[in-house]
Write a protein that binds this ligand. Structure first.
Ligand code: TPP
Ligand code: MG
Length: 628
């Protein structure tokens, strides 16, 4: 018998006979139900927990990160029964960061599953990072019982929905078991639609054991935004040869690198990126200039956007084409990217347009669609090769390389910039590199060259210390065959180091490079010039070797006397997880981001505030203050 033909015939018959109603009535495990198991549908008589597991399978989920609890044991048991892959974290902050790391590495939603009360509150910081950094995460959150099962003073009975709302793009509370598949699957659509972000589905635990008949098709895709009229205005500006275009590309361009490079070539425009956008165009491209274009970021970018001293009659960039980017505080060095005469801002989220950098043309559009449509206008946009610009960018990059080769060895420890240079040389192009909230994150953003999309990650806008330790596990789980390495401050490490035990248990071969300076150097760099002393910035001595041994991972130590490249290569190519302690000496290493942000902050002080700051600095300079 031709099974598929018979099935199709049956379904056609059902439709002809007003099949929708019949389908709903007979979807109870009878013979028609079996015939109607379309791929991607959730069908049959299922409990709420089974419906969630089936919905996750229909979405092709690669891993659920989280921690079970009384409200969700039923669900975790169904993950196991139905083959939904999962990974147990040691802390829900870490689980949220793992889901975030998984999502950043793949572009697909990472999935988190936590209990109400402490599970949710622990996860908030990680969800906040995903929200501010536009990362698609789906959070499955259990809740206390509802409806007839509700009782007062249940365990974990904090306001789950209320807690999640400020850190999620959207929260979908479920009040009836029959809503479950649609809510879960809609969450996956919403998480990636427009500007991505975390979406939570909140399910009271009594619904997990209720049964219902399901016959749920996959939800429709939500479509891509595109403002045609604004696009035409943007093309008019870009085709005007008096406008020298520079491109500023963000995370929204991450999966459209080829189109972005082709548009840059068409317009002969230098391409700078935000921190989150690093990798959307290869730094090896002749028009790629690195992070930012202001005084806080890459020198290559800043100079490539300015007039060329060798060609004084040519203007610098006077028309900015910003695509898939928000101009947020950290990436712009406290809003320090200069505003060229004309600005075109393109973003999928209309609420981001022109918010920080006033724009002449705001285009609410998906970055991929926008770039594709620009390429279709090649005839009006194409400009001749700008040999001088490309030569200048090449020279600026060579100067930067030379600078990195000439870093003198640190006296008491390794200079973090030397470490970043060694990592840049030793990590293969496909490796994933995650930087934490150490002050060295800004050195890395400035100097680390990225060759491929989705290989460089930083918790940019929530700046959640400790993010790399678990986020690297999520990324490694998503990309088991790639090398995954982190740049983690010792303060950051202390916030999440328990997840090293998770890596050991799961055999996830992450390499954590921990900058051990026994201090919050970031805070010291901010405090010392302003207060002439440091406060609450010293950390305890840690026995990293003992920790590695205790957690069950390999250990490597890198000190000032060691061969840096050789040591980095050793750790990078070790087949298992490695905790690398880098004895760090910041010495008087200057960091452009810190300097630029200080200047901007000081500029914005009122005269009275300036006077107060200066008086304090003056008084403390006369009577030297003890540091920490
Ligand atoms: C959860 C959290 N708490 C506090 C801060 C404020 N903060 C930012 S950086 C930093 C210190 C980072 O120190 P460390 O990890 O040792 O890096 P270093 O700069 O010393 O290399 C602190 C306390 C933060 N960003 N996140
Ligand atoms: Mg430190």
């Amino acid at each position: 018998m031709d099974w598929s033909l018979t099935r199709r015939g049956l379904l056609q018959g059902l439709a002809a006979a007003g099949g929708a109603a019949l389908a709903a009535r007979t979807a109870d495990g009878g013979p028609l139900d079996r015939l109607r198991r379309e791929p991607g549908w959730v069908t049959g008589k299922l409990t709420g927990a089974q419906a969630i597991a089936e919905s996750l399978k229909a979405e092709g989920v690669g891993c659920v990160f989280g921690i079970p609890g009384a409200q969700e044991n039923e669900l975790w048991d169904e993950f196991k029964a139905r083959g939904v892959p999962y990974l147990l974290a040691a802390h829900e902050f870490a689980a949220a960061c793992m889901a975030d790391g998984y999502a950043r590495a793949t572009g697909r939603p990472g999935v988190l599953c936590v209990v109400p009360g402490p599970g949710v509150t622990n996860a908030l910081t990680g969800l906040g990072e995903a929200l501010l950094d536009s990362t698609p995460v789906v959070a499955l959150v259990g809740d206390v019982a509802n409806g007839e099962k509700y009782r007062p003073f249940q365990v974990h009975s904090l306001d789950t929905v209320g807690l999640l709302k400020p850190v999620c793009k959207c929260v979908l509370p479920v009040s009836d078991v029959r809503q479950i598949p649609d809510a879960v699957r809609q969450a996956f659509r919403l998480a990636v639609a427009g500007e991505p972000g975390p979406v939570a589905v909140v399910v009271p635990f009594n619904l997990l054991i209720e049964q219902a008949h399901f016959h749920c098709p996959p939800p429709a895709d939500l479509g891509l935004p595109f403002d045609d009229a604004a696009f035409d205005r943007a093309v008019a500006l870009l085709s005007d040869r008096r406008n020298r275009v520079g491109i500023y590309a963000g995370l929204g361009c991450m999966d459209f690198g080829d189109q972005l490079a082709a548009v840059a070539e068409l317009l002969q425009a230098p391409v700078a990126t935000s921190v989150s956008g690093k990798g959307c165009v290869s730094d090896a491209h002749p028009l790629a200039v690195g992070w930012g274009y202001g005084p806080h970021a890459s020198v290559v970018a800043e100079r490539a956007f300015k007039p060329d001293p060798l060609h004084p009659l040519r203007t610098g960039v006077n028309c900015l084409l910003a695509i898939g980017v928000k101009f947020s505080e950290v990436s712009t060095g406290f809003y320090g990217d200069p505003r060229p005469r004309t600005v075109i801002h393109v973003d999928a989220n209309p609420n981001n347009l022109g918010r920080v950098m006033p724009a002449d043309v705001c285009v609410a559009a998906d970055a991929g669609l926008f770039l594709g449509r620009l390429l279709a206008c090649g005839d009006v946009l194409r400009r001749p090769a700008d040999v001088a610009l490309q030569a200048r960018i090449r020279q600026l990059k060579l100067d930067q390389d030379r600078h990195l080769c000439g870093i003198p060895p640190g006296r008491c420890g390794v200079d973090p910039l030397a470490l970043i240079a060694a990592l840049r040389r030793q990590l293969p192009e496909g490796a994933l590199f995650l930087t934490d909230v150490t002050v060295s994150e800004h050195l890395a953003a400035e100097y680390f060259r990225v060759g491929r999309p989705r290989t460089y990650f930083n918790p940019v806008d929530n700046q959640a210390m400790g993010w790399t330790v678990p986020a690297a596990l999520g990324a490694q789980r998503a990309c088991p065959d790639r090398i995954v390495a982190t740049l983690t401050g010792d303060g950051c490490f202390l916030m999440a180091m328990q997840e090293v035990s998770t890596a050991a248990r799961e055999g996830l071969p992450v390499k954590w490079f921990v900058l051990d300076d026994r201090a919050y150097h970031y805070m010291q760099m901010l405090q010392l010039p302003a207060y002439r002393r440091t406060t609450a910035t010293l950390l305890a001595h840690l026995d990293y070797r003992g920790l590695a041994q205790g957690f069950g991972v390999a250990y490597q130590e890198i000190g000032p006397g060691d061969h840096l490249d050789g040591s980095v290569a050793n750790a990078v190519h070790f087949p298992g997880p490695v905790l690398v302690r880098v004895l760090t000496d910041y010495g008087d290493r200057k960091i452009r981001w810190v300097e630029a942000v200080r200047h901007r902050f000081t500029d914005e002080l009122t005269a009275a505030q300036k006077a107060r700051f200066l008086a304090r600095i003056g008084a403390r300079s006369l009577s030297p203050q003890p540091n920490d």
